[in-house]
Design a protein around this ligand. Sequence first.
Ligand SMILES: [Zn+2]
Length: 432
Amino acid sequence: MPDLTKQFLKRVDDARDDLIALTQDLIRIPTVNPPGNDYLAICEYLDRRLKSRGFETELVRAKDTPGDSDKYPRWNIVARRTGAHGGDCVHFNSHIDVVEVGHGWTHDPFGAALVDGRIYGRGSCDMKGGLATSIIAAEAFLDTWPDFSGAVEISGTADEETGGFGGVAYLCEQGFFSPEKVQHVIIPEPFKDRVCLGHRGVYWAEIETHGRIAHGSMPFLGDCAVRHMGAVLAEMESSLFPALARKRTDMPVIPEGARQSTMNINSLHGGQAEPEPGFTGLPSPCVPDRAKMIVDRRFLLEENIEDVEAEIVAVLEKVKSEREGFRYDMREIHRVIPSMTARDAPVVTTVSAAIQSVMGKEPQYVVSPGTYDQKHIDRIGRMKNCIAYGPGILDLAHQPDEYIEVGDMLDSAKVMGLALAEILTGETPLKT
Ligand SMILES: [Zn+2]
């Protein structure tokens, strides 16, 4: 092993206390989204940290994106450290938002207690631990190889948990991610010793059935929109769901159950709205004149979105042909095209080799069942050389008593730093 590599690995181990403190500080800023709390506070914290280590920083507010307001501004930070010579830019992108706390915690969700080598808190593994790890990795790399070529970038971005429009999507639109500016992207989501190549696609639609209001004692004088929607559900059960289950993918999606097309009925509303809390009266007798359903369809690289839409339309048209008075509308509300980085892309092979040299085994290559910010980097940023890789256990994300292991973070910092060395220095510490 070359001396510099040894020096680097020691430098990471020596940063253990710093890594713990940094992770704890980040968890203690409760950036819960929605609504998007404390984005400016966490960006200012990161700004101080990264400036003190020689990064040039930029705070970017995604003005007028979904959720942005003066009360809850969508702040992002992008930090860059440019090397002494020209070369590639490696970018670590972490989201700064966390989901709601939920119930069932035995630790303070924003206390960031360190117990037996684990730091507990909302966002610890998803993904403030990953953010802290990338910072420690970059700092240790810069200390070890100050004469590097190219650039290291670290971003902290808003709103990943709610679609990323005020975060990575906005930065892509502003030119922060483009093949000219950034050549390698690592998103430190919790995949531990696996490399995540991409994600399935998403198609969300709202389906509405129409009826006619009448007195509930004489429903034959009206037309019940809820019964029409029931017919839609029955047709989905008999034809669409079995067809989706038969569509298998070659994408290495985890868990195994998601290695097919899926659809979730996200919500169903029909008839009178639920009464306000505290209202003790009875409902009034009416035939519902409309019902609405939102479907959340996840699709595969092997499918195209036009067919995904057409399959749902076919269900509705079949019901229409069989059912008197059936009228419907369908409206697309969200779409994401599937993304999968090639197995031989440079960032994949480099990080894989680094995992091998730190952890002594080849990583598993996986695809995420749900999407994350890679979708924007691929589609808007036109950047294909992107993966998710970082410390922590994916299953703990969004759960009570979420935690991150300090040991995991140290391993991952070594992987990230060796990947930087491989790409940004002439040396190839991995091959020895
Ligand atoms: Zn995440």
